[in-house]
Structure formats: C-alpha cells, structure tokens
Design a protein around this ligand. Sequence first.
Ligand SMILES: Cc1cc2nc3c(=O)[nH]c(=O)nc-3n(C[C@H](O)[C@H](O)[C@H](O)COP(=O)(O)OP(=O)(O)OC[C@H]3O[C@@H](n4cnc5c(N)ncnc54)[C@H](O)[C@@H]3O)c2cc1C
Length: 416
Amino acid sequence: MGLAGRQSADYAVIGAGFAGLAAARRLAVHKPQARILLVDAQRVGEGASGRNSGFVIDLPHKFALENPDPAFKQRLLRLNRAAIAQLQSLIDNHGIACQWSHAGKYQGAVGERGLAYLAHFEKLLADLGEPHHSVDGSKLAGILGTSHYSRAVFTPGCYLMQPAALVRGLARCLPENVELLENAPILRVDRDGTGGYVLHGANGAIHTRSLLLGTSIFTREFGYLQNRLLPVMTFASWTAPLNSEQCKRYKGTFDWGLTPADHAGTTVRMTQDRRLIIRNTYRHVSKYGRSVDSAMRERIRAGHRQAFLARFPELADLEFTHTWGGVYAISRNFTNFFGQLPDGAFASACDNGVGAAWGTISGTLLADYAVGAQSSLLDDIQAVTGMPSLNPPEPFLGIGVRSRIMLAAWQSRSEL
Ligand SMILES: Cc1cc2nc3c(=O)[nH]c(=O)nc-3n(C[C@H](O)[C@H](O)[C@H](O)COP(=O)(O)OP(=O)(O)OC[C@H]3O[C@@H](n4cnc5c(N)ncnc54)[C@H](O)[C@@H]3O)c2cc1C
C-alpha cells in the first residue's frame, strides 16, 4: 500500500531495510497501543538490504578490527551477536524461509598480497581470543570446488541467508500496530511548528510526533548529516542453479561463503539452492543508481564473469542469470552515526557496508533510545558510534574517492 491522503502516526519510520524494519518492530514492542507507520520508497527487498551477498557477520569488520581498544571490539561483537540472535529467533518463530544457516565464513587469499592480509587477520583474531582455523589450498578445493585459493581462515560465527527472502519475511511478520507503506517515497520532511514532523509524499502526508530514519545513505537527502556520508555501490552476479550434470562436475560442497582477505578482492558464495554468487567492484555513485549506465553495468558483469571463470573453469557453460548493485553509506573515518539529529529526529546511518547485522541491531536500539529505554547494548552502541567526518567539497571528493577505489582495485588484482 502506498501513501495517500493525510495520515497521523505516533511514530514514523522511513526506510524498510534491516534498520527500519528492526526499529519499527521494537517500537511496537515498547508501544503496543501506538500507531507506527513504516514507509519505503520501494518495495521491501529492492533496497540494499535485499540485494546484498547474504553474510550476517559477527566479527568487527575491516577497520573496526584494527581498533587498538579490545573493549571497543568486544562491544561490536556483542552487538553483532545480539543482531544474529534476534534474526534467528524471528526466523524460527515466524518460519521465514530464507536459506538461513550457521555456515561460518572463509576469509580467502589467492596471491602474496592476500596471504599477507590473511596473516594479519589471524593475528587480530588471536589477540581478540576469537576462534578460527586455517584451511590450506588443497583442503579448501574440496570444500569450495576450486583450487584458486592458496589458503583461507575459517571463522565459525557468521550466518548466511538469502537477503531478499529474509527482509520480505521480516516485513510479513511485523507486529499488528506497524503499518507498512511501500512504493511511497518521502519527498520532503518539514517541522509542523508544534515539535512534530510532516513527511510529504506525492499523494499524501504523514503527521507524526516522532521520526526515526533507517534511510542509510539517503539520510542526506533530507538535509541530515550533509557532506558526511559517501555513497558507494558494489555489485554482484549469480548463476542459474547448477543442474545435475553440472553438480557432478563441481567438486565442492553446497552452502558456503568466502570473503576476500584483501577487502578489495572478490566475495564468492555457493547457495543452498546451488547458485554461485560473485561480488566485487566498488563505485562512488554521487547520483546513486543513476550513476551507473549500461556500459558500466556490462563492464562490471564482464569482470564478474572473469572472476567466475578463474575459479570455476570447468563450469564455463553455467551462465549468470542476474547482475545487480546496491548503494550503501561509508564515512571517511569509518564511523557509524547512531542517535539523535539536531532537530530531534533519530537516525542510524552509515553502516560501512556490513549492514545486515548492524542495521538490525542499530534499528532495534534506535527504537529503545527513542522511547527512553536503557540497556547495556544501548551503552555499547553509543560507545562505538560517533560523527562521520566531513567530506571535502566536490569535485575533490569524487576525484579522491575514485582514485582510491582504482588504486585499491589495481593493488588487489591478484585477489579479484
Ligand atoms: C552487492 C552488495 C553486497 C553486500 N553484501 C553484504 C553482506 O554480505 N553482508 C552485510 O552485512 N552487508 C552487505 N552489504 C551492505 C548491506 O546491504 C547494507 O549495509 C544494508 O542493507 C544497510 O541496511 P539499512 O537498513 O541501513 O539500509 P538500506 O537497506 O539501504 O535501506 C534504506 C531504505 O530506505 C529507503 N529510502 C531511502 N530514501 C527514502 C525516501 N525518501 N522515502 C522512503 N524510503 C526511502 C530505501 O528505499 C531503502 O529501502 C552489501 C551491499 C551490496 C550492495
């Protein structure tokens, strides 16, 4: 249902990705009598939350893992694991079919550069006291069905899922006092003069006392966190499900996920329904999806094909059926925003590309914060979030980000 006419809500949540879905659900627990409107510009599953690679990762990611303060990383672990537990219980209680599995994750290295990153990753895990084990190339070949990798480190705490099925399943089982309005872009947010907000759509408006934003990078379109969030797009392709004859040629197992030791490399998954997924390539997209034309899409798909054939040459007849991308937010200081904006609205924005767990827990805790609830997890998230740093003005920003992405892709070419 879209947005039509004048609507009043006790709470309005914009954005129905992981963050907005979790925020609306938690508000409903705190305020069972309240009218809560959850509104998205698209259908649930069409945003980045439904388009990702399906890793729900417990470990602090990349730069956060480098943080010198062990307490900082323990807080992130607690938050990510709380998100996983929450998703697990919703999936169990509502029977959400989304290929959810406790498969763990391989962090894989191909060449010298990847191996150096992997050794560093192992050290960070050991310092953190997190379980992990090394898997050599030949053992890995029996699991992944490819001898492309030299070595990997397995960490057991990651879960895999089909993201569109998961978010659509979460939307289907929202509490009764949450009304979901899809295909309802909010074009402008105004103050109403009495401390509330008016959210303007094309054919209607929502009047609310309390506004929560789960709009990721698009938060800046409402004038919030301007010049602090960077729109980045990454892309994936998947194959048709392997047929029985291709299954005989494929020498690996099913239901595994591998992320690259060098983060500019390639992510690969074999899904439960026997599709191979390839994800790589980053683009700075000042105009979001509109920055990607068909020529760029073709180049990206060709790059995915090259990465696929390098790993699975014996499956060269296995075609990609879809290639897609999604936009998310990073910040130059890799700091996530969580909390209250100067005008009183609440926001979780900037997930730095790992929003399945982060979106879920930050949305949940944003609702706690908005109603004044307290918890040790709320303390954790407030301790690990802050203000994303200011970006330089265009055109310097675009030039800087594009150069950095190009340099990383070139340096990491062995891992692509
Ligand atoms: C190809 C790809 C692979 C990825 N792989 C992983 C992975 O394996 N694991 C992982 O954790 N993360 C991954 N990510 C990142 C992850 O998808 C995001 O971090 C996550 O989806 C962020 O969730 P969110 O709810 O904060 O934001 P989003 O999912 O971006 O949701 C924001 C919502 O706000 C809506 N919106 C925006 N503006 C308006 C408006 N004006 N009016 C109404 N609605 C509006 C949008 O339509 C959107 O649905 C990947 C991303 C991509 C693109």
